[in-house]
Ligand binder design. Structure first.
Ligand SMILES: [Zn+2]
Length: 236
């Protein structure tokens, strides 16, 4: 299997796994850079997240123009493209419609590490992009990219989130951690004041969560989970 075919398969797998993890519904997507290029792979617009195949993945350039594939790319593609353009160091971008992250943003509560999944994102609050409109233009995409900055994620108020990473496996694992961090914080907040992690605790725990072996463990777990759900047919 060629490198590009392998990446298309991983995009299809990640779409189905994000669906199983309830991090995307009928919207939301994950993309990956073709290594060493300004070309990117992303699921085609009309295909349900729970039945994406490698054949449904399209290739786009740094201007969002489709280079191959049978579908148009998703309408919120500018969020991906403009973030890649701002960050040569990242290989994969995900846009989630994740419930608990959105709930925190609705209450204007910062997402600060207070449990181990949150430590992956480093100390301090994850930045929030305040405009709830969908990201359909380059200008909006640039504004989202500026909100992400040099970090790993940003919250889109009332809408979802964007997560970036060094590989599609990394970004997928970070998506899982972001939502779990928010869910735990929401639950703990109902019990009273929350004891947030110190910067030292975030650094020590975060280092462990960023290990390649841990990233791969999360990926493999969701491959198995999607397979058990009957949603990995034809993808291994
Ligand atoms: Zn969206």
């Amino acid at each position: 299997m060629s490198e590009i075919d392998d990446l298309k398969k991983k995009v299809a797998m990640a779409c189905r796994m994000l669906f199983v993890a309830e991090l995307v519904d009928y919207s939301g997507h994950i993309s990956v850079r073709i290594p060493g290029t300004d070309r990117f792979l992303i699921r085609g617009h009309p295909v349900s997240r729970c039945e994406v195949t490698p054949d449904d993945v399209v290739t786009v350039d740094r201007d969002g123009k489709r280079l191959d594939g049978k579908w148009n790319p998703p309408s919120e593609l500018p969020m991906h493209i403009r973030t890649y353009r701002a960050r040569d160091d990242i290989q994969s971008v995900a846009h989630l419609h994740n419930r608990m992250v959105v709930v925190l943003s609705m209450a204007d509560r910062p997402l600060i590490p207070a449990s181990n999944p949150g430590a992956l994102f480093g100390p301090g609050a994850i930045p929030v992009y305040q405009d709830p409109a969908l990201i359909h233009t380059d200008e909006q995409g640039d504004a989202v990219a500026r909100t992400v900055g040099k970090g790993d994620a940003a919250i889109l108020r009332g809408h979802g989130s964007i997560v970036v990473g060094q590989s599609i496996e990394w970004t997928f694992a970070a998506c899982v951690d972001l939502e779990e961090s928010a869910a735990r914080l929401c639950l703990a907040s109902t019990l009273g004041p929350v004891k947030f992690y110190t910067d030292d605790e975030v650094a020590r725990v975060g280092k462990g969560r960023r290990k390649p072996s841990v990233i791969q463990k999360v990926w493999d777990h969701y491959v198995a989970k999607a397979r058990l759900a009957g949603l990995m047919d034809g993808l291994g």
